[in-house]
Design a protein around this ligand. Structure first.
Ligand SMILES: *Cc1c(COP(=O)(O)O)cnc(C)c1O
Length: 479
C-alpha cells in the first residue's frame, strides 16, 4: 500500500482548516523556511480513501475478538466518548480561574474519591500518563518516604519474576537496585526466597497481582507482612485490576501504594500510543509526597487546588490526561457499585470458561482456576509437531481473531496468554475455542501450512526479525 506521501500530485489540495480567528502576521525573512516542507498533496477524496484503506488493514476491538493478555482490550462504551466531547470539558484550560472550572474540578475529585474506594487507598494523583509512569511515580513516593525519615540505606526493590516487565525497569529508572525473586511451581511468590531477600536495605516490594500468569497470590497477606516487618513498603501493580475491582482491594491486602491503568480496566481507548492514564493511590502517610495539584473541597464550599507540603514535584503537567479521566469516571458511574464487581466476575468467568474448554488439548502453564487471563504453554505441541506459539498466534488471524500475547510471561516456554475480557458474549468465546481446537488439529495434520500462516489476511507474515534488526522509523525522501 502506498504511503500518503506517495499518492496525489504536486499542487493538489484540500482545506479542512477552520478560518483563522487571530490577526495574520508575516514571518520575518530571517525566520522563514528556506526549503519547502514535505507535505502530501492530495484531494479530500484521496485523503478519505487512504485512511479508509488503512483502517481496513488493521484489527481493533470493533472488528472482532482481541484476547491480548495483560492488555485488557475490552470494548469501550461510546457513552464515554460522548461525555469526553462535551464543550465544557474540551474547551477549558487548566490555568483558568478556579471559579470557572468547578465542574471539571469536581470530575477530578470524584474520580480520586471513587478510585480510593475501589483500591482501598486514602489519596490519589491523576497525573501519571501510563501504567509504567505510575510505577515510577509510586516508587518516587517510596523513596521520598525513606529519605524523609533519614533512612537512606534502603536502596533495594524486590520484584518477583512473575511481575510485569515494566516493574524492574521502573525500579531501575528510579535508581533502585532490583532484586529478583523466583516464583514457586504454583506461580505464587516463594515466601522463603522473600524472607531471605528482605533486610534493612529493602526500600520495598513491587507485586503484580493478579500476576502475569493470571493468578491471585494466595499468600498475599503474608507477603506484605514480611516486607513491612523488614521496614520496607509494598507497591501494588494494579494494571490488572480488571480481575478484582469492586471485590478485593490492594489497600486491604496491606499495600501502601498502587497504580491503576484507566486505559485497561476503566475502558478508555488504548493501543496506538494512547493517551492513557496511570493514576497512583497511596495510604495517608504517603499523601504528603504526592505530585502536582490535587483537588480539595466539595460542592457546597467549592473545589480548590492544593499542593502537598513535601511533594515530589510534578510528574506531568496539570492534571494528567484529563479527558481520559472523564471517560473513566463516566464508565465507573455507568456501572455503579453493583456493575463494577459484576464486570470483574464476568472477566474471570470468561477466562475460566475458555481455559476449561481447551485444557484437554493445550497444556495450561498452571492447571488451576485463573483470574481474568490464563497462560498456555505450546512447548509440548512444538515438541510433537514443530508448530510454535507464534505459528498458532498467526493462524488465529485467519479466523479473524487477534493473536493473544505471545512469549510472555518469560517464565513460561512458548507462552500464549489469553485475556477474553468481560465484554465478549459466549458465542464469541465459543468461536475462539473452535478456532484454537482446529489449529491444534492443523498443527498435527499439516504443520507446514501453519509455519506460513496467516494466508487470508491483507498482510501475510512479516519478517519480524528483519524489522527489529533493521528499523526504519522515518520516511526516506529521495532529495
Ligand atoms: C500494561 C501493564 C503495565 C504497563 O502499563 P502501560 O500503561 O503500558 O505503561 C504494567 N503492569 C502490568 C501488570 C500491565 O499489565
Amino acid at each position: 500500500m502506498d504511503l500518503i506521501f506517495e499518492i496525489g500530485s504536486e499542487g493538489r489540495k484540500l482545506s479542512l482548516l477552520p478560518k483563522c480567528d487571530v490577526p495574520e502576521v508575516k514571518v520575518p525573512e530571517s525566520q522563514s523556511r528556506k526549503t519547502a516542507l514535505h507535505l502530501p498533496h492530495v484531494s479530500e477524496n484521496e485523503l478519505s480513501r487512504h485512511y479508509s484503506k488503512l483502517a481496513k488493514r488493521s484489527h481493533g476491538v470493533n472488528d472482532g475478538f482481541y484476547p491480548l493478555g495483560s492488555c485488557t482490550m475490552k470494548y469501550n462504551p461510546k457513552v464515554n466518548e460522548i461525555a469526553a466531547s462535551f464543550k465544557g470539558f474540551t474547551g477549558v484550560h487548566p490555568l483558568q480561574n478556579e471559579r470557572t472550572v468547578q465542574g471539571s474540578m469536581e470530575v477530578i475529585k470524584k474520580t480520586e474519591d471513587t478510585l480510593c474506594e475501589i483500591a482501598g487507598m486514602d489519596a490519589f494523583t491523576l497525573q501519571p500518563a501510563a501504567g509504567a509512569h505510575g510505577e515510577f511515580t509510586g516508587l518516587l513516593l517510596i523513596k521520598a518516604y525513606h529519605v524523609d525519615r533519614g533512612d537512606t540505606k534502603r536502596t533495594k526493590i524486590i520484584v518477583p519474576d512473575s511481575a510485569h516487565g515494566t516493574n524492574p525497569a521502573s525500579a531501575a529508572m528510579c535508581g533502585f537496585d532490583v532484586v529478583s525473586i523466583p516464583s514457586q511451581d504454583d506461580g505464587c511468590v516463594d515466601l522463603d526466597a522473600l524472607r531471605g531477600a528482605v533486610g534493612d536495605d529493602t526500600a520495598g516490594l513491587m507485586l503484580t497481582n493478579p500476576n502475569t500468569v493470571g493468578l491471585f497470590d494466595k499468600n498475599i497477606l503474608q507477603i506484605t507482612k514480611i516486607v513491612h516487618d523488614a521496614g520496607g513498603l509494598c507497591y501494588y501493580d494494579g494494571a490488572n485490576l480488571n480481575a478484582v475491582m469492586g471485590i478485593a482491594r490492594p489497600g486491604d491486602m496491606g499495600f501502601d501504594a498502587v497504580h491503576i491503568n484507566l486505559h485497561k480496566t476503566f475502558s478508555t481507548p488504548h493501543g496506538g500510543g494512547g493517551p492513557g492514564a496511570g493514576p497512583v493511590g497511596c495510604k495517608e502517610f504517603l499523601k504528603q509526597f504526592l505530585p502536582g495539584h490535587h483537588v480539595a473541597g466539595d460542592e457546597n464550599e467549592g473545589f480548590r487546588y492544593e499542593i502537598e507540603t513535601k511533594s515530589i514535584g510534578a510528574v506531568k503537567m496539570f492534571h494528567g490526561n484529563f479527558l481520559v479521566i472523564v471517560r473513566a469516571l463516566t464508565y465507573m458511574l455507568m456501572l455503579g457499585k453493583e456493575g463494577v464487581p459484576e464486570a470483574s466476575s464476568n472477566a474471570v468467568l470468561n477466562a475460566n470458561y475458555m481455559r476449561t474448554k481447551l485444557d484437554d488439548l493445550y497444556e495450561m502453564a498452571y492447571d488451576t482456576t485463573c483470574m481474568h487471563e490464563f497462560v498456555m504453554s505450546l512447548e509440548p505441541l512444538k515438541h510433537k509437531t514443530g508448530v510454535s506459539a507464534l505459528d498458532v498466534a498467526k493462524g488465529l488471524l485467519d479466523y479473524g481473531i487477534h493473536p493473544p500475547t505471545m512469549y510472555f510471561p518469560l517464565i513460561v516456554e512458548e507462552a500464549l496468554m489469553i485475556e477474553p475480557t468481560e465484554t465478549e458474549p459466549k458465542e464469541v468465546l465459543d468461536e475462539a475455542i473452535v478456532a484454537l481446537r482446529a489449529l491444534y488439529k492443523e498443527a498435527t495434520d499439516n504443520p507446514e501450512a501453519l509455519h506460513s500462516a496467516p494466508h487470508n489476511t491483507v498482510i501475510g507474515r512479516p519478517d519480524e526479525v528483519g524489522a527489529a534488526r533493521n528499523t526504519v522509523l522515518r520516511y526516506q525522501w529521495t532529495d
